[in-house]
Design a protein around this ligand. Sequence first.
Ligand SMILES: O=P(O)(O)OC[C@H]1O[C@H](O[C@H]2O[C@H](CO)[C@@H](O)[C@H](O)[C@H]2O)[C@H](O)[C@@H](O)[C@@H]1O
Length: 288
Amino acid sequence: MDGMTSGSDLVSFPTDEGRATTEAIIDDPSNALICLDFDGTLAPIVADPQDARPDPEAMAALERLLTRVGQVAIVTGRPVDVALQLGGFAMLPDTSRLRVFGQYGAETWNGATGHIHVPAQPPAIGEAKLQIERMLADLSAQNPALRGTAIEDKGLAIGVHTRRAADPAEALVELTPRLDTLADRLGLITEPGRNVVELRAGHSDKGDVVAKLLDDPSIGAAAFCGDDLGDISAFAVLIKWRRRTGRRAACVVSASDEVPSLRERADVLCEGPSGIAAWLTSLTSTDS
Ligand SMILES: O=P(O)(O)OC[C@H]1O[C@H](O[C@H]2O[C@H](CO)[C@@H](O)[C@H](O)[C@H]2O)[C@H](O)[C@@H](O)[C@@H]1O
């Protein structure tokens, strides 16, 4: 452990809880729960969502963790099939303790059984896509800053990405209130993220996923690793559980300049996905 804290400038412990939870997971992995967000946490942020891939060091650590940690969950805004394809999670040698929760918990994959659950697409999503396409065509004709804004059709949600727009920040400012209004009209919710706004049905959020996972009396220590606004509900549930049960729980933040406010929530502060990889590796290193 000392090696990690002093030897790596990628990981630090702003709270005693961060260090204590890390030690608790190392001491008793079989009763630990580790939850991981995908984009910006396991996988570095890239311009095109289809190009995202997990950090290889993180995947190597995940593979080792899956042989010793009680439960590991990938909790992501991605559709479950996309997360499986980009992450290669189903190809890991032992998936019996691994689950993937896609679309903020609306979709699931169980690594013990291989079972996938994907609910039917709400009709409002098809309508949202049509209206967003029209909105983007109209607005981009008037304002060049929006050109390059891309739509991601996720089945249960539509993502509107401005990362590749001529001016990502201005495009987001222009689009966000309009997308909020559209979502309201169609009975959907908006999910803001890193250069993205998603319209989705409000089935569940990451906090709901973590609450269900923590409803297991055998869990002695838990951690949630995230980088974006959609991860805050999970951090909140973790903190509530920690206060209620007196057990160890850490908010592990994959820090970025895009969401600087998240740093304040960190028990374990990791510098981006490389920091997350270093922290995961420290959980399995034999000299810790
Ligand atoms: O919950 P997550 O696993 O963090 O997924 C949230 C959304 O992430 C993806 O978008 C983000 O990552 C892209 C690839 O690095 C990047 O281009 C984009 O700007 C980011 O917002 C993904 O495309 C969405 O479907 C996820 O919901």
